[in-house]
Design a protein around this ligand. Sequence first.
Ligand code: SF4
Length: 353
Amino acid sequence: MKDLYRLLPEEMEQLVIDMGYPRYRADQILLPLYYKFPKNLSEIKQLPKKMREELIESGYVIGSAKKIHQIVSEDGDTTKLLLQLTDTSVETVLMQYNPSKIGGHPRSTICVSTQIGCAMGCVFCATGQMGFETNLMAEDIISQVIHFAEILQKRGEHVTNLVFMGMGEPMANYDEMIRAVKILTHDRGFGLGQRHITISTIGIPSGIDKLSEENLQIGLAISLHAPNNELRKKLVPTAGPHSVEDIIDAGKRYFQKTGRRVTFEYALMAGINDSPEIAKELSLLLQGNGSHVNLIPINPTAGDFQRPSPESVSEFERILSNAGVNCTVRMEKGTEISAACGQLRTDVDNLAK
Ligand code: SF4
């Protein structure tokens, strides 16, 4: 089975030429794929019947991921989908920001997964506790976006942002992740603006450097969670080979190469990494490098870890801001529908037992 969502527009063109058809037939496949979301080749009526049959005979299909579960949060702002792939399932989340509630522009952000499970083993993360299962293919990543794009289109809305913050470490599945990004941002593909995409990594310097060479204007978020190596190794046990300093340097190189400001994600856990002393240590580390810190009071369902009090979050933020470190606090959306990565799948797996 070969999924047409896997092909870059240039590869689609080569496919139709190799089949003996004119180049323009590629766009007659690409346009419906990314704007009409057909479920099978017979729905692409612009193509000659013979060509559709030849594609089917050659094993081509359209988007093999099927929706098996959908949950919407009480406020309607967060939707989670569980999609069935050939021999596993993947979760994906849509977070909508309503300007009447928070100001700014309306946003429909999709949070995609790049792996099933994750080998990084972060102690506060449901996915990390599952361990690594498998890498997703580019078409599986694209399918997550397409399912939500179709839902949004029916409401007269569209995907505005995409974050690679679901299950898995994107840099550990680099080739498939970057293929998906190139198709999703291609003007003959899904056509999402590069600046509307953020890749979130636990901090793998070689992957960050590789990404900076791609000539893409995508955002980078590095999950730091600790200002020193001793604490970081406790929270991210696989962080060993990469010191906090190595990771910060890789972020600086990314900024120098792309001009895109790097965001450092910092999950705040009560009594673990939220003290004023640690805030001072973090501010010294990041002072003057132009980066941004996103403080995320941890989801209360994350294992044994507790969300800090609003007072300690404010104090942590105040110390960073006073030191000149640009900083915001992000409250996790959709906690009541298991929005911590990996939780929906875990919940559904538990239901099936
Ligand atoms: S937080 Fe991210 S990198 Fe860490 S285990 Fe979870 S999915 Fe993997």
